[in-house]
Design a protein around this ligand. Structure first.
Ligand code: ATP
Length: 368
């Protein structure tokens, strides 16, 4: 499933130069973005970056100040929320406290005037879908947080919208339940064959669930890509920093050959990297993820890039160990190693002299 790589795939949701201003504040700035049918799409960004505003415009709660939003080719401007084939699930769930689970789920269907028998059937289907058959007669306060979340989900898909919008859907759940629910949401999306657009500030959540992620900053999209691309090939310093941990080696391009770029750091240390299109003399960063960096007590004989320092701290995390090494120029480098793969490594400890090394293709060259 990768319609974004198929030039013939038809866009489903299109934001076309969309701007939203509140007074003289620009919440969304001339933003263009395409989402495909049946995609699980995440809008990821820090608080205030405009992601909820984008979702609210798609739902019809706000109109763009400029630009167009198209759904399946149709311009949505002027179409009220209840007439859009879009439903929104809010973080607060907004369940009716005095109504049973089944009545909560049935509420929107009744309002629509669906015949009673059809409603019963649909509610039963929805209860089954979210595995709450046993809880039909309960009220929200008699449910756990996770169960309430599933009622809200059942209610928001009961009318069979084509697109489900989820604003921080798992924000109220504790970590373990969040993780479980992420997988449930993915299953549900597959089963229903709907397009999901989820807003989150939690990068792990976006990485887990989404087919593609749009990373937003100050009302603009910084990058749209699959979770793996966002992590492995960030196109900006912002994205590299925002998603996962990263080491930034700053320097100036000293020399370029066909394949490699030699970079000189502020203290004269040299590194050689691939993937560099930057011109000689340019100020750049080589961004390297911690798991691409090796730590050892001796300089590895084969290492192209090796920098010396001192072990600053070591954290054992069960599946892996994280080392912080303070280089002699003061920079702290984070390196992580899977414990399963660490058996032959040196038994490094605090304050030991150590070398960090990485391959020329371990990271990406970014503009500073
Ligand atoms: P959060 O995760 O905190 O909800 P967000 O990325 O979803 O953040 P938005 O809710 O889209 O951000 O808000 C983007 C910016 O627009 C914020 O600075 C917010 O204060 C502003 N904003 C949103 N709605 C309004 C409004 N109705 N009037 C004025 N400013 C608004």
């Amino acid at each position: 499933f990768a319609p974004w790589n198929d030039p013939k795939a038809k866009p489903y949701i299109q934001f076309d130069g969309v701007t939203k201003r509140f007074g003289d504040f620009t919440a969304v700035n001339s933003l263009s973005l395409t989402i495909f049918e049946r995609e699980f799409f995440a809008l990821l960004g820090a608080s205030g970056c405009g992601k909820s505003t984008l979702l609210r415009m798609l739902a019809g709660f706000e109109e763009p100040t400029a630009g167009r939003i198209l759904l399946d080719g149709q311009d949505l401007r002027g179409i009220p929320p209840y007439r859009r084939p879009v439903n929104m699930m809010f973080q607060s769930y907004a369940l009716f406290p005095h109504m049973t689970v089944e009545n909560n789920i049935a509420f929107g269907l009744k309002q629509e005037g669906m015949p009673k028998l059809d409603i019963e059937k649909r509610v039963a289907d929805m209860l089954k879908l979210v595995k709450l058959e046993q809880f039909a007669k309960r009220k929200p306060h008699q449910l756990s947080g996770g169960q309430r979340q599933r009622v809200a989900l059942a209610r928001s898909v009961a009318k069979r919208p084509k697109v489900l919008l989820l604003d921080e859907p798992l924000g109220a759940l504790d970590k373990k339940l969040r993780e479980e629910t992420q997988f449930e949401l993915m299953d549900l999306q597959q089963e229903l064959g709907l397009t999901f657009v989820v807003v989150t500030h939690d990068q792990e959540e976006a990485m887990t669930m989404a087919d593609r992620i749009a990373i937003m900053d100050k009302g603009e999209v910084m990058q749209v890509a699959t979770p793996a691309e966002v992590y492995e090939a960030p196109t900006s310093r912002f994205v590299a920093h925002f998603v996962g941990n990263v080491n930034m080696f700053e320097g100036k391009v000293a020399e370029r050959t066909d394949k490699t770029t030699r970079i000189t750091g502020a203290t004269g240390a040299q590194i050689v990297v691939e993937n560099g299109a930057a011109a000689t003399g340019a100020d750049i960063i080589f961004a390297v993820r911690p798991e691409k960096i090796r730590v050892s007590s001796k300089k590895p004989a084969d290492a192209v890039n090796a920098l010396e320092g001192e072990v600053y701290d070591i954290a054992y995390l069960g599946d892996m160990t994280v080392y912080h090494v303070r280089l002699d120029d003061g920079q702290i480098v984070r390196a992580s190693a899977l414990n399963a793969a660490r058996v032959t490594e040196d038994p490094l400890t605090w304050n030991d002299r150590a070398w960090v090394s990485f391959r020329p293709d371990a990271g990406v060259v970014l503009a500073r």
